[in-house]
Design a protein around this ligand. Sequence first.
Ligand code: FAD
Length: 469
Amino acid sequence: GEVAVETDVVVIGGGPGGYTAAIRLGQLGKSVVLIEKDQLGGVCLNRGCIPSKALIHSAGEYHKLASLEKLGIQLPKGDVTFQMSTWQTWKESVVNQLKNGVDHLCQANGVTVVKGSATFLSNDRIGVETGGDFETYKFRQAIIATGSRPFTPPFVKPDGVHILDSTDALNLQKVPQSLGIIGGGYIGMELGMAFAKLGAKVTIVEAADKVLPQTVASLTQEVLKQAKKLGITIRTGTKVEAASVEQAQVTLDILTHQNTREQVSVEKVLVTIGRVPNTGEIGLSQAGVQTDERGYIHVDSMGRTNVAHIYAIGDVTPGPALAHRASKQGVVAAEVIAGLPSSFDTPYVPYVIFTEPQIAGVGMTKEEAEKQGYRVKTAAFPYRANGRALATDEKEGFAEVIVDEQSHLLLGLHLVGADASNLIGEGVLALELAARVEDLALTIHPHPTLSEVWLEAAEAVLGHAIHIV
Ligand code: FAD
């Protein structure tokens, strides 16, 4: 047989989980081979977080133009237009800059990057197909970080032209006149609002009885108000049964919440109804690694699978499919392999939804805390009572803190409003430091900034907020 190249660790998949693990292993002096069949940066960098946030940013700037006049800005007469093809060029440059950065960091940390598709041959060997060649690596430890791909239901198969998955949608050269979105999860809501701002007539169809089903209803409410202003039609409790393409139109057969059948015709359809882990074709059985019936690999707090020297991180493990969870799990697995005491705590993984307004949170919701037996005190502070929010014309939203009545420990922080994605950082740190509500209230927050919403929500819990009664 083939002579295997020996290495301490192989990492399979170069997404935010895999490349982070590989760099950390390099820092800790391990020899590491990172195998990626497509592009460094994975879904997040190439067709997820980064491109979607670039689109959402452009859409937001474009849409803002309509409300600038009252701020004293006179736009030149004539139409301002959005060129999606130009946006594609800009997006590519952003993605490439970040990808080159990842490549450089891997090199600088002694990580060997191998371009090819990996399959386990046994529990200490892996084969890599690299454009015609086949190489084998013998490893002491392996980290599985092969990520996930869009789930495609049998009744609406993406064809890349009329029926799109999120990757296709982010590669469009033109904004469609009308867009039907199947699935009102965070990806559907984020992209739906962005395309609506760019001029598409958007219809979102969601089978559950509400969009963003995992999010607290009061937070979602603020987003629904804005969605309505953008002319987005949201149909909940509604199932898509079939899709047919005819003359550049897609017709969706839907079953409404009243059990009636209707048809909706749109130029393009975007399918965003979940993701599936890439664990079917990597030879897991040869390595003895088990998955559950949905294909997820279960791991302990150190990232170990049922085979103790094989680890799994990121979207292949059960839990929220988020890039920052993947990269943290990657750091933990690398440190455990290097013999350091490290473990991954799930409770404090923040979530962010880049709708308008943005939603973000960390820790327990009020309902979750009560379910766990806490007596809770909560208070919310509205953006419209915050000076900065008024001065920047972003007065929609509120921040809420959830506190254990007995110990005053912060249990959860959630908010909806401008820049929630950045503001949640303070909440994550507060939970990480096991802060009490007094810590938040005693902290001097710079004025005028949106961060003061946390200060005042904390003061409100203690009964002495200055700017609300
Ligand atoms: P991935 O990023 O999926 O990377 C896995 C890599 O493994 C891929 O590059 C793949 O090519 C490679 N691979 C697979 N099989 C093999 C094999 N056999 N051999 C070699 N290589 C292989 N998350 C956030 O936190 N914030 C966001 O705002 C956000 N927005 C998103 C928007 C969209 C539209 C999408 C689709 C996702 C978004 N996500 C976001 C989720 C985020 O992208 C994922 O959680 C993250 O990429 C998971 O990282 P990972 O390392 O587990 O896997």
